[in-house]
Ligand binder design. Structure first.
Ligand SMILES: [Ca+2]
Ligand SMILES: [Ca+2]
Ligand SMILES: [Zn+2]
Length: 381
C-alpha cells in the first residue's frame, strides 16, 4: 500500500510540476524589471499610525519587513512625532494606516513614483513608494487553517500589509499560490506553523521568484513549507480554498468529519519550495486528539506523533508550490469517540548543496476539518 501511494503521488507531482507556470508579476522597461532605486530601500514607519511598538498593527509591519528583508534590500526606521498625513513626492518611503475613504474603499494601496521609461536606453526605477493600509482591518495573526474570505477576517491586516509592501518594491499581481494574488475574491494563502505564536503570513515561493527577478541576482534560500490552502482552478475558477476540501466535488469538508475504519478521506496537501533548486522531502498526514489547549494541539513534523494516515515523498520544483490530492484510509487503531485534528507534517531532505533548511516552524500545518471516528459498536469494526 505504501509503495502504491508513493507511485500515485509521484505521478501527480510530475503532472503538477509540468503545469506550474510562474505567475509572479512585475513591470518592465526596455525588457528590464523595474526595481527600487534606493539600495537599500529605507521605510519610514509613521508614528501617528504606529506609536507603540507592541501593537498588532506594528507587528504587521514587522512581519512584512522581516519577510521582505529575507529576499530584498530593505531597512526601516520608526518615526517620531510624525504628522498623520504623508507626502507622496518627498522621496521618503512611508508606511501609514488610513481611513478607507482615503484609498477609495480598498483594503490597501501603494502610491508609487517611477523614473521615466521613454527612450530606448531608459531604465525605469521605483523612486518612491508610500504604503497605505486600511486602519480598521484585523491585525492579529490569522489561524492558518482557515483562508480569509471577508474583509473582517482575522489576519487580513497582516496580509494586506505584506501584499502592499510587495507592491512597493515592484511586485505586481499573481494568479498563482502567492501573497500577491489580486483582491478579496482571489484570497491569499497562509503558511503553516508549528506554534500559535509563529508568523503565518509569509511570502510564498512565487512571491520570492518575483523578487529574485526584480533584483536580478540569484541567491538561494533553501526552505520548504506547507500550507492548509490550495488554489482551486477547476471550472474556470482561480480561488484559494482550504485543503480540507473533497477533491471529487470541490466542496469543503465538514468541520468535523465522522468516519469509520477503512473509510477513505480525500483531501489536498500543499508543499512549497522557496529554493532556486528542486527540493525534496517526506510529507506525513496524521490525526491527533484535540485537547483545546493551543500549545498541546500545535502541529509537529516528528514521525511518532499521532496516528499516521499516510506518508509520501514530495518533490517540488524551484520557486514552486504544489497541491496534490491524497486519499488516506482510516486505520482501526485510531482513537475513537474523540475529536481529532488532521495535520500535515513535512521533513525536508538534507540538501546535497547549499545550506540546511532555513525555517522549520513552517513545516507543519493543521487542516480546517477534524475527524471523529465512531466506536467499534457503531462501525462494526
Ligand atoms: Ca513619501
Ligand atoms: Ca521550512
Ligand atoms: Zn495588490
Amino acid at each position: 500500500m505504501r509503495i502504491l501511494r508513493l507511485v500515485e503521488f509521484c505521478v501527480i507531482a510530475l503532472a503538477m510540476l509540468g503545469s506550474n507556470v510562474f505567475a509572479a508579476g512585475w513591470n518592465t522597461c526596455n525588457g528590464t524589471p523595474v526595481s527600487p532605486q534606493p539600495y537599500p530601500v529605507k521605510y519610514h514607519v509613521n508614528s501617528c499610525s504606529f506609536a507603540d511598538h507592541t501593537t498588532p498593527e506594528t507587528n504587521a509591519v514587522v512581519n512584512a519587513i522581516s519577510n521582505l528583508m529575507t529576499f530584498a534590500a530593505v531597512r526601516w526606521e520608526f518615526g517620531q512625532g510624525d504628522p498623520c498625513s504623508i507626502n507622496h513626492s518627498d522621496a521618503q518611503w512611508d508606511i501609514i494606516l488610513v481611513d478607507k475613504s482615503v484609498i477609495d474603499g480598498n483594503l490597501g494601496l501603494t502610491q508609487k513614483r517611477f523614473s521615466q521609461c521613454f527612450w530606448p536606453d531608459d531604465e525605469s526605477r521605483v523612486l518612491e513608494s508610500d504604503v497605505m493600509v486600511r486602519n480598521t482591518l484585523d491585525f492579529d495573526m490569522p489561524n492558518e487553517s482557515y483562508v480569509g474570505t471577508v474583509e473582517t477576517s482575522q489576519g487580513m491586516g497582516v496580509a494586506v500589509m505584506l501584499h502592499e509592501m510587495g507592491h512597493s518594491i515592484g511586485l505586481e499581481h499573481s494568479t498563482s499560490f502567492a501573497m500577491m494574488r489580486n483582491g478579496m475574491a482571489a484570497r491569499v494563502p497562509w503558511t503553516g506553523s508549528s506554534g500559535p505564536e509563529a508568523f503565518k503570513v509569509m511570502l510564498t515561493a512565487d512571491d520570492v521568484y518575483g523578487i529574485r527577478r526584480i533584483y536580478g541576482y540569484p541567491q538561494d534560500y533553501p526552505n520548504m513549507y506547507v500550507s492548509a490552502q490550495y488554489v482551486e482552478t477547476r471550472s474556470g475558477q482561480n480561488v484559494m480554498q482550504n485543503t480540507s476540501t473533497d477533491p471529487d466535488t470541490g466542496q469543503a469538508h465538514r468541520t468535523v468529519i465522522a468516519m469509520c475504519p477503512d473509510d477513505m478521506l480525500g483531501m489536498f496537501i500543499t508543499v512549497g519550495n522557496q529554493s532556486q533548486f528542486t527540493s525534496t522531502g517526506t510529507v506525513r498526514v496524521y490525526a491527533d486528539i484535540l485537547t483545546g489547549d493551543a500549545s498541546r494541539d500545535a502541529c509537529s513534523s516528528r514521525a511518532e506523533v499521532g496516528t499516521e494516515l499516510g506518508q509520501w515523498s514530495a518533490r517540488v520544483g524551484p520557486y514552486s508550490t504544489f497541491s496534490p490530492v491524497v486519499y488516506v484510509t482510516i486505520p482501526s487503531s485510531i482513537p475513537r469517540n474523540v475529536k481529532l485534528g488532521v495535520y500535515t507534517g513535512l521533513v525536508p531532505d538534507k540538501r546535497t548543496h547549499g545550506d540546511p533548511e532555513r525555517r522549520t516552524y513552517d513545516d507543519c500545518v493543521r487542516h480546517a476539518s477534524g475527524l471523529f471516528v465512531k466506536s467499534v459498536d457503531q462501525c462494526g469494526k
